[in-house]
Design a protein around this ligand. Structure first.
Ligand SMILES: NC(=O)c1ccc[n+]([C@@H]2O[C@H](COP(=O)([O-])OP(=O)(O)OC[C@H]3O[C@@H](n4cnc5c(N)ncnc54)[C@H](OP(=O)(O)O)[C@@H]3O)[C@@H](O)[C@H]2O)c1
Length: 263
């Protein structure tokens, strides 16, 4: 009984503090933020349980991929670095799209087959930069076998890019959408019936509570950074579902798109 009373007191106090801090906001915004906070915690917990249950399925299989070309966004740190390490180990040539391309030289020295790593400048906040990056890649490589849309930002302050797009949507989704579109011809050429080209979007379980704010895509009316992240990750999933439905229906399927979710 005392546990129930203590829990009720804690929850009521937390709700009162939350309301006080956010009292200048309309109730609908407070409730929406609360829903996202709870849903994200739920999605994260679900993802962790899922990981735990399926841990026995984890395998790192690196079949030889000599002469194959991979393009990855980001990778100077975090998950992307480890993906690059694996791709190089599998003998792929890896091209990084990164804001500071000079970093690649240092990275290459620490990795097996580092001589197969190269980098071009890419800032996903700018569609102009995405176009330049794609041109640099395509000038050198007419065939691509793998595109990993990895770079991402999470929970920043409200910011519009030079193209007038909310920054999380711009970096996580729009820049990658445009890049995928520009590299698609080379991915098609790189694909064979017996070795499909692949597009990997590094999404997040944050897409589960996400919704697309079609009426206010930049979320100007009310910016909730959690909701913006969820929207951007949901958009990445929708993009791949669309690609999959487009290409999977072709008889000569040479391109396969799939997504990976991360907790
Ligand atoms: N870590 C997690 O728990 C987690 C969970 C779910 C999903 N994810 C997703 O996994 C992906 C990688 O996450 P991470 O944990 O490795 O993140 P991280 O360590 O923060 O690395 C993010 C990468 O994105 C790059 N990046 C950021 N803004 C960029 C821009 N405007 N243009 C080009 N590159 C940009 C960064 O480059 P700089 O070095 O130049 O900043 C960095 O290489 C992201 O898409 C993230 O949403 C991560």
């Amino acid at each position: 009984m005392s546990f129930v009373i203590a829990s009720a007191v804690v929850l009521t106090t937390a709700a009162a503090v939350y309301w006080y801090v956010n009292r200048h906001k309309p109730l609908k915004h407070i409730l929406s933020e609360l829903r996202y906070t709870l849903d994200m915690q739920g999605a994260g917990a679900g993802g962790l349980i899922d990981d735990w249950i399926n841990v026995w399925r984890n395998r790192v299989v690196l079949p030889d991929a000599s002469n194959k070309i991979a393009v990855i966004t980001g990778g100077g740190r975090g998950i992307g670095t480890e993906v690059i390490r694996g791709l190089l180990k599998a003998n792929m040539r890896v091209i990084m799209g990164i804001r500071k391309p000079e970093m690649a030289k240092k990275m290459a020295q620490t990795m097996q087959n580092g001589e197969n790593l190269e980098a071009f400048k890419l800032d996903l906040k700018s569609l102009k930069s995405v176009k330049e990056f794609a041109r640099n890649v395509l000038d050198k490589y007419s065939e691509i076998n793998l595109l990993v849309n990895n770079a991402g930002v999470m929970f920043g302050d409200y910011e519009l890019t030079e193209d007038g797009v909310e920054s999380q949507l711009a970096v996580n989704h729009l820049g990658h959408f445009y890049l995928t579109h520009l590299l698609l011809p080379a991915l098609k050429i790189g694909g064979r019936l017996d070795r499909l080209s692949r597009i990997v979007n590094v999404t997040s379980c944050a897409h589960y509570p996400g919704k697309i704010y079609f009426e206010d895509i930049n979320m100007k009316e009310h910016y909730d950074t959690t909701a913006a992240y969820a929207q951007s990750k949901l958009a990445q999933v929708i993009q791949l579902n669309l690609l999959f439905s487009l290409y999977n229906k072709l008889v000569y399927t040479i391109l396969m798109a799939f997504k990976i979710n991360m907790t």
